[in-house]
Design a protein around this ligand. Sequence first.
Ligand SMILES: Cc1cc2nc3c(=O)[nH]c(=O)nc-3n(C[C@H](O)[C@H](O)[C@H](O)COP(=O)(O)OP(=O)(O)OC[C@H]3O[C@@H](n4cnc5c(N)ncnc54)[C@H](O)[C@@H]3O)c2cc1C
Length: 285
Amino acid sequence: MYPAAFEYHAPGSVKEALDLLGKYKDDAKLLAGGHSLLPAMKLRLARPAHVVDMRKIPGLAGIKEDGGTLVIGAMTTHWQIESSPVVKAKCAVLAQAAAMIGDPMVRNVGTIGGSLAHADPAADYPAVVIACGAEIVTEGAKGKRTIKIDDFFKGLMTTAVGPDEIVTEVRVPALAAGAGAAYLKFPHPASRFAVVGVAAVLTMDGGKVGKASIGITGAGTRAVRAKGVEAGLAGKALDAATIQAAADKAADGVDVQADLQGSVEYKQHLLRVFARRAIEAASKR
Ligand SMILES: Cc1cc2nc3c(=O)[nH]c(=O)nc-3n(C[C@H](O)[C@H](O)[C@H](O)COP(=O)(O)OP(=O)(O)OC[C@H]3O[C@@H](n4cnc5c(N)ncnc54)[C@H](O)[C@@H]3O)c2cc1C
């Protein structure tokens, strides 16, 4: 189906884009890679009268390291993240997750800022950025804000980003020396979206887990931190019984939704299985 008619804007700066958002308010939608927005417009689930394309704004794409933090421009594509030497060196789990998104066409066009702002409950990055403790930088009429990832995902396709704000950067701390990390998902066979996905970052301290950071996507309405699993690992040696007991808490606090992919019980089971596998994989890296 064709989208409803809209006016197309191609601003040359973040300020021009913000001015357009301020002028057209709820009638405007930002366009990044278009791989979530355009399908929604074609299905008439979204009918913006004004589309504000960010692809001509310089400086919104690219990856650099700033004092131990990866600074990733919002318009950086999944492919750029997947293939980035600095991401592979400093936070390989993010590159690995990017490589698991959709297919090559999706990865060549879709962006990290678009994915996080869209907050699809089955998207891959959210679990990883939660586990890595990322921050999201936005710009709006009132200036810049830095949002901690634990305050970012608010509900079904809802984030802390205001309607008059643009995500400009994703700041991901480099993994600590000696940390192990893994992201595993049970992919939908057609789209590759995560039916469930679990990211684990483990920092070891003298043979025990110093810090465990676990992000979960896919099963509920929004990505969450698996606090029960984290508490079950912290301060403990990683034997099979400890890992299993911690992974058994993976569905706690997740508002697991039944849908065409499975029942609540099935997804809770998948969460526990993928939490165990992600912890095991992270412990070996
Ligand atoms: C066939 C297919 C398979 C896919 N499989 C997967 C998968 O396996 N895993 C996965 O995670 N994703 C998957 N996706 C989604 C894909 O990753 C999208 O690229 C992503 O969700 C949206 O990014 P985008 O750059 O295309 O954003 P767009 O579609 O351009 O925008 C999405 C939404 O975010 C808003 N937005 C975009 N950028 C910003 C910004 N900088 N600031 C504020 N708001 C912004 C837009 O206004 C819009 O509402 C798939 C998509 C397709 C079509």
